[in-house]
Write a protein that binds this ligand. Structure first.
Ligand SMILES: *[C@@H]1O[C@H](CO)[C@@H](O)[C@H](O)[C@H]1NC(C)=O
Ligand SMILES: *[C@@H]1O[C@H](CO)[C@@H](O)[C@H](O)[C@H]1NC(C)=O
Length: 312
C-alpha cells in the first residue's frame, strides 16, 4: 500500500506540473492574440525632429498604452534580437512618439511599437522601411530683420544645435554684388551690414545641416530701406529739444535781466526832505550828481551779488 501511495502521489504531482507548464503559455499566447498590434507606422521628420506615428488601437472603454523600441544599424546587422527602448516612449497614451533623441546617427533605424492593456500586450509592429534621418524635410528658416540706426540686424529661427545658416544679402541696385555670411546659430540677433543712407538692402537665408550634408531652399528675400529716415528723425528731435530750451530760457532770462536792472541800476533813492530843494538850480545839479554817484556805487558794489542773483 505504501508503494501505491507513493506512485499515486508522483502521478498527482506530475499532473499538476503538466497542467502549469502546458496551460500558462497557452493562456499567455491567448492574451497576446486578443489585443491587436498598432498599424500604419510612419516617421514624419521635419528639420531633424523625428516623430513616429501609428493608427491607434481602439478598445471601447479602455485606455491602451504604447511602447516604442528601436535598432540602429549596428544592432540590426549584428545583434538583431536586441531592441532598445525609446528614451521617451514607454507606456504612453498618444499614438505618436518623438524619437529625435534616439536617432543619433545618419544610418538606417528600425522602429517598432506595441500596445498594452492591463497585463496584455500586443505583438510588435515594425516600420516597413527603415528610417534614415537624411530624409528629413528641411524648410527655409524664419528670419526677422530690424534696423538699428544704419545697422541691419538679422535674427534667425532657433532650430537647434545641428543647424547652420547661410545668409545672402545685397544692395538693391543694378549689378549689385551678393554677399554671403555663415551664421552658426539661430535665436541671436546679429549685425549683418552697415547700410548706406538712401539705399535698400535685401536678405534671404537657408539652413544647412552638416550631419546629413543637406541644405534647405532659400527663404523669400526680404528688403529693408534706410532711405533718409534716421537722419531727419534725429534732426527733428534736436530741433524740438532746442525749441523747448529757447521757449523756457528766453522768457526766464528776460525776467531775470529785468530784475537785475531794476535793483542794480539807478535804484530809486529817496532823498530826505532836507535835501529836497527844488528852487535852486545849483542844488538840483548837485543832487543829480550825487544821485549818479550813488547809482555807480551800487553798480560796482553789487556786481558780485548781481552774479549770484543771476545764478540763483
Ligand atoms: C491605416 O491607414 C489606412 C489609410 O491611411 C486606413 O485606411 C486604415 O484604416 C489604417 N489602419 C488602421 C488600423 O487604422
Ligand atoms: C541617405 O543616405 C543613404 C545612405 O546612407 C543614401 O542611400 C540615400 O540616398 C540618402 N538619402 C538622401 C535623401 O540623401
Amino acid at each position: 500500500t505504501q508503494t501505491f501511495t507513493v506512485v499515486l502521489k508522483e502521478i498527482w504531482t506530475s499532473l499538476i506540473m503538466w497542467f502549469f507548464y502546458a496551460l500558462i503559455p497557452c493562456l499567455l499566447t491567448g492574451a497576446v492574440a486578443i489585443l491587436p498590434a498598432p498599424q500604419n507606422l510612419s516617421v514624419h521628420s521635419t528639420n531633424m525632429k523625428h516623430l513616429l506615428i501609428w493608427s491607434p488601437v481602439i478598445i471601447p472603454g479602455e485606455t491602451v498604452y504604447y511602447s516604442v523600441e528601436y535598432q540602429g544599424e549596428y544592432e540590426s546587422l549584428y545583434t538583431s534580437h536586441v531592441w532598445i527602448p525609446s528614451s521617451w516612449c514607454s507606456l504612453m497614451e498618444e499614438p505618436e512618439c518623438d524619437v529625435t533623441d534616439d536617432i543619433t546617427a545618419t544610418v538606417p533605424y528600425n522602429l517598432r511599437v506595441r500596445a498594452t492593456l492591463g497585463s496584455q500586450s500586443s505583438a510588435w509592429s515594425t516600420l516597413t522601411q527603415p528610417f534614415n534621418r537624411n530624409s528629413t524635410i528641411l524648410t527655409p528658416p524664419g528670419m526677422e530683420l530690424t534696423k538699428d540706426g544704419f545697422h541691419l540686424v538679422i535674427e534667425l529661427e532657433d532650430l537647434g544645435p545641428q543647424f547652420e545658416f547661410l545668409v545672402a544679402y545685397w544692395k538693391r541696385e543694378a549689378g549689385a554684388k551678393e554677399h554671403v555670411k555663415t551664421v552658426s546659430s539661430g535665436g541671436i540677433p546679429l549685425h549683418l551690414v552697415t547700410m548706406e543712407p538712401g539705399a535698400a538692402y535685401c536678405v534671404k537665408a537657408q539652413t544647412f545641416v552638416k550631419a546629413i550634408g543637406r541644405h534647405s531652399a532659400f527663404s523669400q528675400a526680404e528688403c529693408v530701406e534706410v532711405q533718409g529716415e534716421v537722419l531727419p528723425l534725429a534732426l527733428a528731435l534736436f530741433a524740438f529739444v532746442g525749441f523747448m530750451l529757447i521757449l523756457v530760457a528766453v522768457p526766464l532770462s528776460i525776467w531775470k535781466t529785468g530784475q537785475l536792472l531794476r535793483y542794480s541800476c539807478c535804484p530809486a533813492v529817496v532823498l530826505p526832505d532836507t535835501l529836497k530843494v527844488t528852487n535852486s538850480p545849483q542844488k538840483l545839479i548837485s543832487c543829480r550828481k550825487e544821485e549818479v554817484d550813488a547809482c555807480a556805487m551800487t553798480a560796482v558794489l553789487s556786481s558780485e551779488e548781481l552774479f549770484r542773483t543771476w545764478i540763483w
